[in-house]
Ligand binder design. Structure first.
Ligand SMILES: C[S@@+](CC[C@H](N)C(=O)[O-])C[C@H]1O[C@@H](n2cnc3c(N)ncnc32)[C@H](O)[C@@H]1O
Length: 159
């Protein structure tokens, strides 16, 4: 099952959208701190994220702590970035990949770019700067789940 990593998020609403996406698709989430807001379980619940009980969220206090976790856990780091050459739908994903999105304000620093195992791009028409981070997460994770056949089994229909 591919994972989603959120690098130092700035905007709570975007993180909320991504956590909901992850809960619905049963995708584990790695949050890399510091964030611009309180990402504690208590605070996220207080802001009405009632589906949080269905999300698997691991918090990492820093980029270094996340990298230490990844050394132990394994999995390639696949960075979604506008500074990439490979269209996200041309990339071959693996079940243990970690798909990372960057900060709303600044993406990710060069250090993170440098260690990524692959960098993927959602192609846009000329003149457009970037997509919303949660939209990016949905598109890239959707492709990764499709390729790795990792979508959850839907609930049985009542009809
Ligand atoms: C609003 S963008 C960040 C813009 C930031 N000013 C920058 O220069 O990176 C937030 C994140 O969404 C993702 N993103 C947005 N558009 C993308 C695209 N077309 N292809 C791949 N990733 C994208 C990246 O992970 C990016 O770090």
């Amino acid at each position: 099952m591919p994972r989603l990593a959120i690098y130092q998020p700035d905007i709570p609403q975007n993180t909320g959208t991504m956590l909901r996406l992850a809960a619905c698709l049963a995708v584990p989430v790695e949050i890399i701190e510091p964030a611009a807001f309180d990402v504690s379980d208590r605070n996220l619940r207080r802001s009405g994220m009632d589906y949080l009980g269905h999300a698997t969220i691991n918090r990492h206090i820093s980029w270094r702590a996340f990298e230490a976790w990844r050394q132990e856990h394994g999995g390639r780091l696949i960075l979604a970035t506008t500074k990439a050459a490979i269209p996200y739908s041309d990339f071959a994903y693996r079940p243990d990949d970690v798909v990372m999105v960057g900060r709303e304000s600044a993406g990710v620093p060069d250090e993170v770019h440098a260690v990524a195992d692959a960098r993927v791009l959602i192609p846009m028409q000329p003149g457009m700067r970037s997509l919303n981070v949660a939209v990016t997460a949905a598109m890239v994770l959707g492709e990764a789940l499709r390729q790795t056949r990792s979508f959850p089994n839907p609930a049985p229909s009542e009809t």
